[in-house]
Write a protein that binds this ligand. Structure first.
Ligand SMILES: [Zn+2]
Length: 362
């Protein structure tokens, strides 16, 4: 039953703290492969979020035997919005299924609040940290966390619903002292349809420009890996993928990321990446960055998906970058949905107006 609801969620609609941290690890994403072997209960969150810097494509592909995976075809989009009653039922079901669980985020810090997102709409919080319940947040948030709402609003203010609606859960956290992840995305279900977007609300509130860029970066990891449309998650091995395997699946022929890779990551560069779809070493990324000014920075050079995400956030907010990135920026002009985001950012005076910048390459 839950699986059906999750499909509905998807179908109906259509970094790190710090301000002082380096650009390269500000955008941190953790899309991981569900642990199918442990997850026999389809309603149980299949993943824990690991701590630290991770890549959107860092997975452990070899650990999931192909025959252990239950495939669920992604349904065609349902145009009808859910009624409030259906939304309430869905939220009750998800809550009961354990999807609103601060433990999925806790490695990064103390969770302040969590909200389900249904068809792009933020719902009332399903979890709020309470005073004296053990891990108290510094800023007590009894009813909600306004910093988290602000972070969400900064994203949705300019983003069309169809690109936001694949986010199913939003969480805020105050980072632990040793943590330096500004935001991350992960999936919590076997079918890779249930995306959790989590954000460090302390750093976000301290630097709204950075927050906006980071939220946009993370969002690309959601919409550019949409199962069935962008990414075929039934493919479990690079050997069965004719496009690009990212550890969680194989990109569709007409996906954003495959188009990006064909244009900007020629095979001789791709050959320097690990075949399992994971990111390579920082040293390799630095080498690519040193050799080519066409990356926003060494973090972009670590993997095509990070390159896509970093460049996209620069595109949306008109961040000044090296002219070597012109072709990459123009790539996004081909997609009306992307142009629309940038137009919204410009209309609100947010574009070209950011203190944030990129470290650059070359
Ligand atoms: Zn990323």
């Amino acid at each position: 039953m839950l699986a059906i609801s999750l499909v509905l969620l998807v179908a109906c609609a259509s970094g790190d703290p710090g301000v002082t941290a380096s650009r390269s690890d500000r955008f941190t994403t953790a899309i991981e492969e569900p642990d199918f072997e442990e997850s026999t209960d389809p309603t149980a969150p299949a993943l824990d979020v690991d701590e630290g810097r991770q890549s959107s494509v860092e997975t452990d592909g070899s650990s999931a035997p192909e025959d252990s995976i239950e495939e669920t075809p992604v349904s065609t989009p349902v145009e009808m919005p859910l009624t409030q009653e259906e939304v309430d039922d869905l939220i009750a079901e998800l809550t009961e299924g354990g999807f609103c669980d601060p433990d999925d985020v806790r490695d990064e810090g103390i969770v302040t609040a969590m909200h389900f997102v249904v068809q792009g709409e933020l719902q009332s919080p399903c979890y709020v940290d309470q005073p004296n319940d053990g891990d108290d947040v510094a800023d007590v948030v009894v009813d909600d966390d306004p910093r988290l709402i602000e972070a969400w609003d900064s994203l949705t203010a300019i983003t069309p619903n169809e690109l936001v609606s694949d986010v199913s859960l939003l969480a805020g956290y105050e980072p632990c002292s040793a943590c330096n992840t500004l935001a991350f995305v992960t999936v919590l279900d076997e079918d890779s349809t249930f995306f959790l977007l989590a954000v460090d609300v302390v750093s976000g509130a301290a630097d709204p420009d950075e927050l906006r860029l980071t939220m946009m970066h993370e969002l690309t990891h959601v919409f550019a890996q949409k199962p069935g449309e962008q990414l075929d998650v039934s493919v479990r091995s690079p050997n069965n993928c004719d496009t690009f395997f990212n550890g969680g699946g194989c990109f569709a022929e007409d996906s954003y990321v495959w188009a990006w890779i064909q244009e900007f990551w020629p095979s001789e560069i791709r050959d320097t990446l690990p075949a399992d779809g994971s990111v390579g070493t920082d040293a390799e990324a630095n080498e690519r960055c040193d050799a080519d000014a066409g990356y926003t920075g060494s973090y972009a050079a670590v993997h095509p998906e990070e390159d896509f995400a970093e460049t996209f956030s620069a595109y949306v907010y008109d961040v000044e970058v090296d002219p070597a990135l012109t072709a990459k920026l123009e790539f996004f002009d081909r997609y009306p949905e992307f142009v629309s985001i940038r137009e919204s950012a410009r209309a609100l005076g947010l574009a070209g107006n950011t203190e944030a910048n990129f470290e650059g390459c070359g």
